[in-house]
Design a protein around this ligand. Sequence first.
Ligand code: MN
Length: 257
Amino acid sequence: MRILITNDDGIRADGLVALANAVRPFGEVKIVAPDRERSACGHSMTMRDPLRVKEVAFHGLEAYEVSGVPVDCVNVGLTLAYPDGCDLVLSGFNHGPNLGFDVTYSGTAAGAMEGVVNGIRSIACSMAIFADGAPFHFETGARWLNENFEWLTSLDLPDRTFLNINVPAIAFPEVSGHRFVAMGRRVYEDRVEARKDPWGRTYYWQGGVVVMKPDDPTSDVWAVSNGMVSITPVSIDWTDHATLAKLEEMQTVARNS
Ligand code: MN
């Protein structure tokens, strides 16, 4: 199996090493990752600037750092590392959760999205810590992925769907299995904070306090809050098909009246 790995925390991130080591036994692994942290870049791509690519040493694996975001990395990877295509795109392990609406901001998810755009099976992997400074427990994510890799990569999925996986950042024996769940609610309060620079000018910093809503047992937020690995199939077809059907019906009724 030809595996392309990217992330949004940059080529020097510990989560990237953990992910590469977890899947090494299953085939050829090549790394193409941003030259610095690009978290929360979403599914953006670099169009107005050149992409500088440099081959780098990476634990004995072929690896490149790119002056871009995860989307750029996947596309550079498919040009340079795997010009004949590959079988799997993995993105992660993200240094933090990608639950609920986070998926729309996530550079980690975007790496997997771009894999799917290219018609390749793709998985985004994140370590869900819930307190600043808590250990990421990458060894838990790596072991879980290693043990579950074969069935995960042979699931029958629609061609526009990738898997978004969040592993709770706890010791491996404490993980109580996995659960297939939907995107839940994880919202930010006090999003934009006003601060002063050394010259007394006001500037703003976006971040905020995360509020988890782990009340819905069909959600990723609930699963991870209860020590389970969450697996969410995410479609890059953002059409709301149920609403589309209603609107079409409305149109037909209007036309016939
Ligand atoms: Mn990140």
